[in-house]
Ligand binder design. Structure first.
Ligand code: ATP
Ligand code: MG
Length: 299
């Protein structure tokens, strides 16, 4: 005859809150010294803003999305990495930096990433310099050349909720480093006649990177940039080209054209700091809300 024994053990341990440090809360049991650590960091993501087409709003998006994520409604700690030899994100926010204080030195393994970070307009920035254009050749023969940025970011990733990477308008080794390091990509698409030209090439590269270099890489969304309700072409491209082709992979947020963006750049400020009630400040806040709103899930 089988006997079933039901043993009920009631554990009653009193835990006392002992310490809150950064994102960690520590409780310790007053009876047996057991330590429980609860980590409050809900989400950590590395997002590349990428499109091999030039002038589609990658830098504007990387800079202003980074700022929006730091605002009180989200309060995220953000690191913006300028990975473009044109250094537009850097020059958008600050002055020219020397090569040895830029991402070039990091990729050449002559400086640690944490040592080149500067704080500008509330964002931590890894600046770039034109010297980055020569780095591709320098690192080309290195083993693991696609993973140099990923390795460099390991040192600092615990400090941040989001790392946003502004990519150059090409799909060379520098962009591959961004894609290898990233969890998600945002693809800005300018609402103009040739909006989706070249997208299939980009998607081919994306698929190859996903299968060979970074299995976890996903498209977070396509972002329509340059919407102008008085310009019928932008409306038409959005409604009859982008939405049908890219469907639910489009962000709901659309970035409108806004002259305040160029003024903000000239003042070395994000558009929010320059004019917090401007159209683009509102749009990039909406984008940050969409991203932090849970839809894009945990990594
Ligand atoms: N929503 C917008 N409204 C008005 N101007 C914009 C908008 N977004 C971007 N621009 C302008 O378009 C130009 C190109 O934008 P941006 O530099 O962000 O593109 P990019 O994709 O990073 O270019 P590149 O490929 O050269 O790096 C900039 O002068 C920028 O000020
Ligand atoms: Mg750019």
């Amino acid at each position: 005859m089988n006997k079933k024994y039901h043993i009920k053990i009631t554990l009653s341990i009193n835990f006392v809150l002992t310490r809150i440090y950064k994102n960690d809360i520590y409780f310790i049991s007053s009876h047996c010294g057991l330590l429980i650590n609860i980590n409050l960091r809900r989400l950590f993501m590395i997002i590349s803003v990428v499109n091999q087409k030039g002038g589609v709003g990658k830098t504007t998006t990387a800079v202003n999305l980074s700022k929006s994520l730091t605002l009180p409604f989200a309060s995220k700690k953000v690191l913006l990495v300028d990975l473009d030899p044109q250094a537009n994100a850097t020059l958008h926010l600050t002055e020219r930096v020397e090569p040895e204080k830029s991402i070039s030195a990091v990729l050449m393994e002559k400086a640690l990433l944490k040592d080149v970070i500067i704080n500008v307009d509330g964002i931590d920035l890894v600046p770039s310099n034109i010297s980055l254009s020569g780095v591709e050749l320098e690192i080309f023969m290195k083993i693991g050349r696609e993973y140099i940025l990923k390795d460099a970011l390991k040192d600092v990733k615990d400090e941040y909720d989001y790392i946003i990477i502004d990519c150059p308008p090409s799909l060379g080794l520098i962009s591959l480093n961004a894609l290898a390091a990233s969890d998600r990509i945002i693809v800005p698409i300018l609402l103009e006649k040739f909006a989706v030209d070249g997208l299939s090439d980009f998607l081919n590269t994306f698929s190859r990177v996903k299968s060979k270099i970074n299995n976890g890489l996903e498209i977070m969304g396509y972002l329509a940039v340059g919407y102008n309700k008085r310009l019928s072409v932008s409306k038409q491209i959005y409604e009859s080209v982008l939405k049908p082709q890219l469907g639910n992979k489009m962000f709901k947020t659309v970035i409108r054209t806004d002259t305040k963006l160029k003024e903000a750049q000239a003042m070395c400020k994000t558009v929010y700091t320059y004019k917090n009630n401007s159209k683009c400040a509102a749009d990039y806040i909406d984008l940050a809300k969409e991203i932090t709103g849970g839809k894009y899930g945990k990594i």
